[in-house]
Design a protein around this ligand. Structure first.
Ligand code: GUN
Length: 284
């Protein structure tokens, strides 16, 4: 039976450290501010944004919500972002994805100042991640490595299989595992014989977006299984990409959904926001 990786416990410890750092900055007269932009009425995005704002409040970070209607144009959104880029009370800017259809996500990401890009989505920051030189950590992958550290799970020399090649999770996850000397395989929807790869994984990261996709027969005995999925099952209940009930019998460690990776993404966002505030207030 696998040991549970408790994302709530790990994120609470990260958040305590962040709150201490914010308190220290406040003592020196520095406030920390995060702009949170949400466009349209996607209910999942609304939940994520509310969770992010709540976490900011708990850490002493000022969050400023900009809720824009579904019919917002790309130009309107870009002009808000340019204004926030200039606003000194805003240290970080987050635009919740996905955007409503028709909005130019690429332009939006490229308009956020790299200095305020606390999601680490801008090409400048993804470039830093590629060369292993970090300013902002990619939120979900960095949250995952934080969990591995907390449970003393070593990556060096391990075969790490990442399912999913998104810019938000799969690609930066591969880079972070590589930086820790893992041997990394990235699988995706066109991979032939996916299970042949996943069965070789010492560390398996599932970021597919399909409920219960990873079944027990796809997992090696003793593997560490990280579930990035945030899906709704047929009953409308939140569930991951991994068939938790069966896979936990084989894995050595496993993350639950909810309460695994999700809280860690937010913890990294808070860390990045404090990093941004420190850099913007630094005299060197
Ligand atoms: N949508 C899903 N995950 C994320 C994230 O980490 N940041 C933003 N901005 N949008 C998301």
């Amino acid at each position: 039976m696998a040991r549970l990786i408790d994302g709530r416990e790990v994120s609470a410890s990260v958040k305590r450290r962040v709150a201490d750092e914010v308190a220290e900055l406040n003592k020196n007269g520095i406030e920390v501010g995060l702009a949170v932009i949400i466009v349209g009425n996607n209910p999942a995005s609304r939940t994520y944004v509310n969770n992010k704002k709540k976490a900011c409040a708990e850490a002493g970070i000022n969050s400023y919500e900009y809720a824009l209607p579904e019919d917002t144009t790309t130009d309107e959104l870009l002009s808000l972002i340019r204004e926030l880029n200039r606003d000194s009370k805003i240290n970080g800017i987050l635009c919740q994805l996905p955007l409503p259809e028709g909005l130019d996500e690429k332009k939006v990401i490229e308009t956020i100042s790299p200095e305020k890009d606390v999601d680490a989505f801008h090409a400048v920051n993804t470039g830093h991640i590629m060369i292993g030189d970090y300013t902002f950590l990619p939120c979900t992958p960095a949250g995952i490595t934080e969990m591995l550290d907390y449970y003393n799970i070593d990556v060096e020399g391990k075969h790490c299989v990442v399912i999913g090649r998104s810019n938000i999770v799969g690609k930066p996850m591969a880079m972070l595992l590589l930086k820790r000397n893992g041997t990394v395989t990235v699988c995706h929807s066109k991979t032939v014989d996916l299970a042949g790869y996943t069965r070789q994984a010492d560390i398996l990261v599932a970021a597919i977006g399909k409920p219960y996709f990873v079944t027990a027969d796809m997992v090696k005995d003793g593997a560490v299984v990280i579930d990035v999925g945030m899906n709704r099952n047929a009953e409308g209940k939140l569930c991951g990409d991994v068939d938790f009930a069966e896979v936990e019998k084989k894995a050595s460690f496993i993350t639950p959904v909810p309460g695994g990776v999700g809280p860690m993404t937010i913890a990294t966002l808070l860390k990045n926001t404090v990093t941004a505030a420190k850099r913007q207030n630094s005299t060197d």
